[in-house]
Design a protein around this ligand. Structure first.
Ligand SMILES: *Cc1c(COP(=O)(O)O)cnc(C)c1O
Length: 401
């Protein structure tokens, strides 16, 4: 880990355009011509470097973005997808077949939860949802059919931390694949360096950062990712969650400022979290020493990027949370919207939005109370102004005196 420097790797990666352009040319072609019949037949049989068949399989623009992600994670290969869910669902369907089981964290993105809970059983794949902060709970749900341990490095929305190093040891003891969704913490956490076999992303969030499209990625060993692209039995090829190459090109350009953005998101979040806590608010933020797993996450992050930009606070009552969010929108703190990783602060209440797929009694048992407000802190230049506005709004709706 100490000798892996994701930003240097990303900065050193450069591809030129057809005419020497400093950005690679965009290949907006669905299909590719071959000069010999033998070559086409060869490409259907195996992957040939620099040889493209059809854009659902791979396209040069998608390849450039995939290579950038490989460099960020330090994985051998990557495949970019049309959405985060496209990446997660095809990855899990590649790893699990009928009769297999998954052990998943229960505090994950609502769509991932719903997919494992409601969709995969149609294909005979069962998921046990566990408290990922309890390694005992994880171990207790593993059996001979377990094929995958699934978690988020920093989870949605309570910001629990998965101990990737320890989970890898459990996975190794049972020949299980450890899949980590690192959507909340690109650059901050390098899951592969800590032991994840496969790293999945919704690039819709921080990685792209401009909220102009949905996109996803799967990063892993060459054999696994190539298997996902297989024309015979690969989920990325056969389910068709392909990313449009025009989008891939624009996301690649946005990755060049990811390091600056992550630092600023983290810095702003730390400021707001610390100061809201001082005012007596209940604040969930991994960078705070009061976070139950602060020491663990501290041992996992790449320190210069901080603890990422997501904060969850508890306004105690649903009604107050709602009024608070409307007041913040009015006061130009940011937007009342789901999603995260935008230049502007975004806020929503998890129980009635991004985690609404999770049944109420399960929300209760995970500690997801109705007054929660999740913030994705923006890259505001002067966070003190934003903080003052947040405090004004909290006072206005009576959350604090
Ligand atoms: C948004 C999100 C997803 C889903 O990604 P899409 O790009 O919306 O399909 C998956 N995991 C996490 C943690 C997310 O925040």
């Amino acid at each position: 880990m100490a000798n892996y420097n994701p930003t240097q790797e990303m900065q050193d990666y450069h591809v030129f355009g057809e005419f020497g352009g400093v950005n690679p040319s965009i290949t907006d072609s669905a299909t590719f011509t071959f000069m010999t019949t033998e070559k086409m037949a060869q490409c259907f049989g195996e992957e040939v470097e620099g040889c493209f068949l059809y854009s659902r399989h791979m396209n040069p623009s998608n390849r450039f973005l995939a290579e950038q992600l490989m460099r960020m994670e330090g994985t051998e290969d990557a495949q970019v997808m049309g959405s985060g869910m496209g990446a997660i669902t095809s990855c899990l369907m590649q790893l699990a077949k009928s009769g297999d089981e998954i052990v998943s964290s229960r505090t994950i993105y609502g769509g991932s939860y719903a997919f494992m809970k409601n969709f995969l059983p149609k294909f005979g794949v069962k998921t046990h949802f566990v408290n990922i902060t309890s390694l005992e709970d994880v171990k207790a749900h593993i059996n001979k059919n377990t094929k995958v341990i699934y978690c988020e490095a920093i989870s949605n929305p309570l910001l629990e931390i998965a101990d990737i190093r320890e989970l890898r040891k459990i996975a190794d003891a049972h020949n299980i694949t450890l899949v980590v969704d690192n959507t909340f913490s690109p650059l901050c956490v390098s899951p592969k360096q800590l032991g994840a076999h496969v790293v999945v992303y919704s690039m819709t969030k921080f990685i792209n950062g401009t909220n102009d499209c949905v996109a996803g990625a799967v990063c892993g060993d060459h054999d696994f990712v190539m298997g996902m692209r297989s024309v015979v039995d690969g989920a990325a090829m056969l389910l068709g969650p392909t990313l449009d190459p025009l989008r891939a090109a624009s996301i690649l350009k946005n990755t060049r400022t990811l390091h600056l953005r992550m630092k600023k998101h983290s810095e702003n979040a730390m400021y707001v979290a610390e100061n809201l806590e001082k005012l007596g608010m209940k604040v969930f933020y991994p960078g705070l020493p009061s976070h139950p797993q602060h020491e663990l996450i501290k041992s996992m992050i790449n320190p210069e990027f901080g603890y990422s930009g997501i904060i969850t606070i508890d306004c105690k009552e649903k009604d107050k949370a709602e009024k608070f969010m409307m007041a913040m929108q009015e006061a130009k703190v940011g937007y009342f919207a789901v999603s995260l990783g935008f230049y502007k602060t975004l806020f929503s209440s998890p129980g009635s939005s991004t985690s609404s797929e999770i049944p109420q009694e399960e929300q209760d048992s995970m500690g997801m109370t109705p007054g929660l407000v999740r913030f994705s802190m923006g890259i505001d230049n002067d966070v003190k102004v934003s903080f003052d506005r947040i405090v004004e709004c909290l006072k206005k709706v009576g959350v604090i005196k």
